[in-house]
Write a protein that binds this ligand. Structure first.
Ligand code: ADP
Ligand code: ZN
Length: 211
């Protein structure tokens, strides 16, 4: 899943994971888990994440490699938030082939609106939105009853930095996959479109690619 922060990568990837019965791997979640568990690595990467900057390539590749080597990934997986730089894409090529890059096109206004009202489950990482995708009970995760909170990097001051980081470091990577002929773009211009609609669209794109 490729796209700017707030384009819906995590929301769609988690639903796709259920539909396709393959794991959803969010490197953002892997990073937040390290920080939450206060591991040595977590302490080293906390600052990058809080400031909206990318964690160094070698660190993130190490986290990804570890996750992909688990047996549940043997039949495939959905990557969300990785790769984000050309060196990461090159590293990924050594570990695994990629089939398709789903590029989510979303205007900046929608991104800012969504991120500022996004809520995340402290326990399982599930994503909600105060305005567009409310939990059943206020402040509580539907799936695990964990507490919902606003991520440090979803504050307006950090959102701008993340958008810049995306444009500077990640967007150029799209060209890399265009050259490999793997990119399918999906455009979503409104903040309130139900995720199910987009997920259906993604599945149909995957199916045409298969045939
Ligand atoms: P977003 O909503 O911006 O897509 P993520 O949850 O994917 O946010 O990532 C949160 C933070 O974790 C990033 O700002 C960055 O610090 C770190 N991170 C996640 N994935 C990567 C990656 N592939 N390379 C470098 N840093 C990453
Ligand atoms: Zn939860």
């Amino acid at each position: 899943m490729f796209g700017p922060p707030g384009s819906g990568k995590g929301t769609y990837a988690s639903r796709l994971s259920t539909e396709l019965s393959i794991p959803h791997i969010s490197t953002g979640d892997l990073v937040r888990d390290e920080i939450k568990n206060q591991t040595e690595l977590g302490k080293r990467i906390n600052d990058y994440s809080a400031r909206g900057q990318l964690v160094p390539d070698n660190v993130i590749c190490q986290l990804l490699q570890k996750r992909i080597s688990r047996p549940d990934c043997a039949k495939g997986f959905i990557l969300d938030g990785f790769p984000r730089t050309i060196p990461q894409a090159q590293e990924l090529e050594k570990i695994s082939a990629t089939d398709i890059v789903v590029n989510l096109e979303v205007p900046d206004e929608v991104i800012i609106e969504r991120l500022a009202s996004r809520l995340t489950c402290r326990k399982c990482g599930a994503i909600y939105n105060q305005r567009f995708l409310k939990p059943r009970t206020e402040g509580k995760c539907d799936k695990c009853e964990g507490q919902l909170y606003q991520r440090d990097d979803d504050r307006p001051s950090v959102i701008q930095e993340r958008l810049q980081v995306y444009r500077r470091q990640t967007q150029p990577l799209l060209e890399y996959y265009v050259k490999k002929n793997q990119v399918k773009s999906i455009s979503n211009k409104e903040a309130g479109v139900p995720p199910e609609r987009i997920v259906e669209e993604i599945i149909s794109v995957i199916q045409t690619k298969k045939n």
